[in-house]
Write a protein that binds this ligand. Structure first.
Ligand code: DGL
Length: 277
């Protein structure tokens, strides 16, 4: 293949940037289209059938218009419910999902007390329950569905003030002590949360291992790309990085500066046919 592969990275908002950043480290010369469904944000409280329909409809427009070689659903809330539908509709597009990193948490914990911090949608999913049953049977698992953290992470990325008290209130339920043992691993089961990782570390009542699956997801995407298109050698050709916001709003001010740090500053575009949810 002479042209660089084109990757679509999709999330409800800016959380997918945490996954995009890791993939771009491994594949700096790929073309990237980052799509934030900000018109539908937050996904955490959507009912499952409506969310499936929303994502499939958006994907239809995105795939028709941009013909990506791979789509990364950089959102746990969506991945834990829509991946089977996406794979059924587009059997020729490889989809890489983002699901709660329960296995690594269960492998690394010493206290056998782990917490899964995600959106209310993600922690309620059968998919999450199945991962726990499959990989964490020996652990006490605390599921924490945060109503506000994804929004706080968005505010943070827009350069707005986020108070310590607000963050503490959301992460506090992850920290449990029981019979001389205490939580020592917390899975970040929402791609927005690693955006606040330094705040989590600073505000945690005791140190824990925060598990961000983004590097593992990036390795998986890189491996699949390697199988289809070969290794991404430096100097493969000119690459494009564009961001799309389904609201049609153009990022301004601090957000534009933040996106530019990810190389997403050059060519913002809106998604036809998306519109407000
Ligand atoms: N970033 C998304 C996730 O990984 C969810 C944020 C939201 O829209 O509630 O679950």
């Amino acid at each position: 293949m002479t042209r660089p592969p084109k990757l679509l990275i999709f999330d409800s908002g800016l959380g997918g940037l945490t996954v995009f950043a890791e993939i771009a480290k491994l594949r700096p010369h790929a073309d990237y289209l980052y799509c934030a469904d900000d018109a539908g944000f937050p996904y955490g409280s959507w009912k499952e059938p409506a969310l499936v329909e929303r994502v499939v409809t958006l994907m239809e427009a995105l795939i028709a218009e941009h013909a990506p070689d791979m789509a990364v659903i950089a959102c746990n809330t969506a991945s834990t419910i829509v991946l089977p539908d996406l794979r059924l509709h587009w059997p020729n597009v490889p989809f890489v999902g983002t699901v709660p990193a329960i296995k690594p948490a269960a492998e690394r914990t010493r206290s056998r007390m782990i917490s899964v911090l995600g959106t209310p949608g993600t922690v309620a999913r059968d998919y999450t329950q199945n991962l726990i049953a499959q990989f964490a049977g020996h652990c006490s698992v605390t599921l924490v569905g945060s109503q506000r953290l994804a929004r706080l992470a968005e505010s943070y990325m827009h350069g707005e003030r986020v108070s310590d008290a607000d963050i503490v209130a959301e992460i506090a339920p992850c920290f449990r002590e029981e019979g001389g043992r205490r939580t020592d691993a917390v899975t970040l089961a929402c791609t927005h949360y690693p955006l606040l990782i330094e705040e989590f570390k600073r505000l945690a009542p005791w140190p824990v291992e925060w598990i961000d699956p983004a590097p593992a997801i990036a390795r998986r995407a890189d491996q699949l790309l390697g199988e289809r298109f070969g290794a991404g050698a430096p100097g493969d050709g000119p690459a494009a990085r564009r961001a799309i916001f389904t609201s049609g709003l153009q990022p301004s001010g601090l957000l534009a500066t933040t996106l530019a740090r990810y190389g997403l500053g050059r060519d913002f575009a809106s998604t036809p046919g998306a519109g407000r949810a």
